[in-house]
Every structure is written in structure tokens, then in C-alpha cells.
Design a protein around this ligand. Sequence first.
Ligand code: UD2
Ligand code: MN
Length: 394
Amino acid sequence: MPDAVVNFSLLHRTCSLVVVLCFLHISVTLIYYMRNSDSRQSFVQNQQNPQIHRKLTEQKVSTEEIRLASLSSVTNITETPRKLETCPDNPPSLVGPLRVEFSDPVTLDLVRSENLVLQPGGRFKPTDCTAQQKVALIIPFRNRDEHLKYWLYYLHPILQRQQLDYGVYIINQAESSVADPVLKHLDINSENGSRTKNGIVTSKTGNIVQKRAAGEETFNRAKLLNIGYAEALKEYDYDCFVFSDVDLIPMDDRNFYKCYNQPRHLSVSMDKFGFRLPYTQYFGGVSSLSKEQFLKINGFPNNYWGWGGEDDDIFNRVTSKGMSISRPDAIIGRCRMIRHERDQKNDPNPQRFDRIAHTRETMASDGINSLTYTVVQIEKDQLFTKITVDVGKP
Ligand code: UD2
Ligand code: MN
């Protein structure tokens, strides 16, 4: 075969192959184009006629609507009331060291006007977060109105800055003429008896029926604190109890009036003791115990009449139950005591040393489980709840 014929046949086959390939390419492109134009057309149609689109998607939308509606109804339930975050460990409005002095006179009306956020009974809870603890502040009290004004003046703003859910309870030891039905009766009806100058009350026959008069009863600090615990719990589900003398004011708002994992002594650095602990076991002034810690030690003793010893008994109770004392440092724990004389009917208790020596034997039977008292009156002030009680006699 001549060379020219061979070359021509090769050229012909190559050309045919190119043509077939071109045809294939064109048909694939065409099919692809046709498909796309279909969906493009339906898209354009849908845009022009939203009715159709709505119809087409109706079923889908309605199920979606139901899902969203049910979701929003769930959200509505959980949103009323709005769920608040727990308040932080370090509340943002604390200021640290505070100036505390007792020269300017303070009135209850002034304190009320500065604490309009309080609920009746001296109650408060933060509005922008949920307080970490529900704290009852218990103050043993009798005839210390001047001190109480300063306590309320300084403490309310501090407790609010500490973002506590709190209530203030003044446990007022009743004057015996109010608390004692026999005396009350004798006072009202002079025919039945009379009160002599030295306060001894006699019956018509001349027999001594009571050797007490108004305000004559011996003070019992620890029993008043037990009563505060019991009465506060009747009102609200408190989980922490801060027991404070009426004359003690903290000098730093970082000294939290709340509970810790061990019973807490808060008044650790007092002006009256040269800003240091008078002795290691000292537990007087201001302390805090959770409900659990308080019950573990059967509360406080009821039979310390007069001044002294009850704070050491409480210390003994805490350590005998294997707990330790938690304390702030001497800077944060600084506090001032309003200077005062020893009150009447609160003489040092001569039995205190003997009692402290036997705490371990007596604490199981003397405490919150053996507490008896009578409520005489409950007063709800804007700044506090004052509970006047008859604590009985030694
Ligand atoms: C110390 C302790 C106190 C307590 C007491 C001994 C300090 C700061 N405090 O207080 O915790 O252990 O010794 O019992 O060291 N009260 C009245 N009216 C009275 C008597 C007492 O309201 O007629 C209340 C009041 O809250 C007072 C508290 O009891 O702050 C303690 O009595 P105190 O202040 O006379 O005794 P003081 O300062 O020696
Ligand atoms: Mn005092």
C-alpha cells in the first residue's frame, strides 16, 4: 500500500475520534444545562408567585412552627421568674477597710431612710443574683438601744454589700414584770400584794412570793442565742446563723458574716484587746455556725446566768465534736466594741469555771434539745425583728 493512502486512513480515524468526543462533550453539557434550567425556572416561578411557594412549603413550616411554639412555651415557664446566677465569692461592691466611730449620734429614722431596700423585719436579699447563704443574725439584747442603733447603722449596708439573703433578730430578754404572770397580776391588783422598795414582792399575808422586780432577772446570753436560732427558723429556711454582741462592729466588709466549713469566729482582732486574740480558745463577740454545725453541738448552753463562760463552753462544744475554729486574718478581722460599763444584773457568773470544766458531760442534755422559754412579744420593724422572751430564772 502506498504511504499516502496509509496516512490518509490514520488522519480519518483521528478526525472521527475528535468528532465523537466533541459530540459527547456537547451532549453532556446540554443535559447538565437542561437540568439546571429546570430548577432555575421553578425558582423564578416561586419568587413570582409566593402563594405557590407557601403551598409547597406549608407542611414543612407548620411542623417547624409547632416545634418553635412548644420550645417558646417551655422557655416562658423557665423564664418567670428569671433564673439568677449565684452571687460571686467576692461581691463587686465591697470596699475593704471601713471607718467606724461612735461620736456622731445616729437615729433609727436615719438608719431606716438609708435602708429603704429592706423588707419588714430587717430582711434583705440581693436582686441581681441568688445569695450563697441564707443568714439569720442573732443579737442577745436588753436595754442597749444606743448600741443597737450603731449596729444597725453600720451592719445593714455591709451585709447588703456582702450579697447575703439575711434577717436581723433582736432577742430581747423580758423585764420580769412583763414576763412573770405572778408579778403582772400583783402589779395590776394591789389588793393581792405589794412591792417593797427593795423589789421583794409580798402577798397579802406577808409571805414572799417572788424575789424579783422589773429588769431584775439575771441576763442569759447563750440561752437568748438558742432562742434566736429557734425563732428565726420558724420564719425562714436559714442555713447559717451569725451570733453577734450588740456592741461589736466590723471594720472591714471583707469579714463575711456567713458560714464556713468549720464554725467561724469573726471578732478576732478587737480594739478592746489591742487588735489581737486575748487567748487562743477565745470565741466571744461574733461567731457563725451553719445549721448543721449548730445541731452537731446541741446548740449552746442554757444555764450560764450572768457574765462570762458561755463563750468558752461553746468553744469546748465545737472542739469536743472534732471541729476546729475558722478565723479571718487579723487585718480583715478588725472590729470595734462600743465602750460600756458592766450592765446591771449581768454580774460575773461565779459558777462559770466549774461549768466550763464539765462541758463534755453536760452538752448532750443541756442545749437546743432542752430549751424552754416563752415568747412575750414579736415586733416587726423595718430594720429588725425584735422578739421579747421570758427566759426564766437560774
Ligand atoms: C464579752 C464577750 C461576749 C460574751 C461576754 C460574756 C467580747 C467582745 N464579747 O462581752 O461575747 O462572751 O463577754 O458573757 O469580748 N447584753 C445586753 N444587755 C445586758 C447585758 C448584755 O444587751 O444587760 C448583750 C449585748 O449584746 C452585749 C452582750 O450581751 O454586747 C455581751 O455582754 P457585755 O457586752 O456586757 O459583755 P462583754 O463586753 O464583756
Ligand atoms: Mn460588750
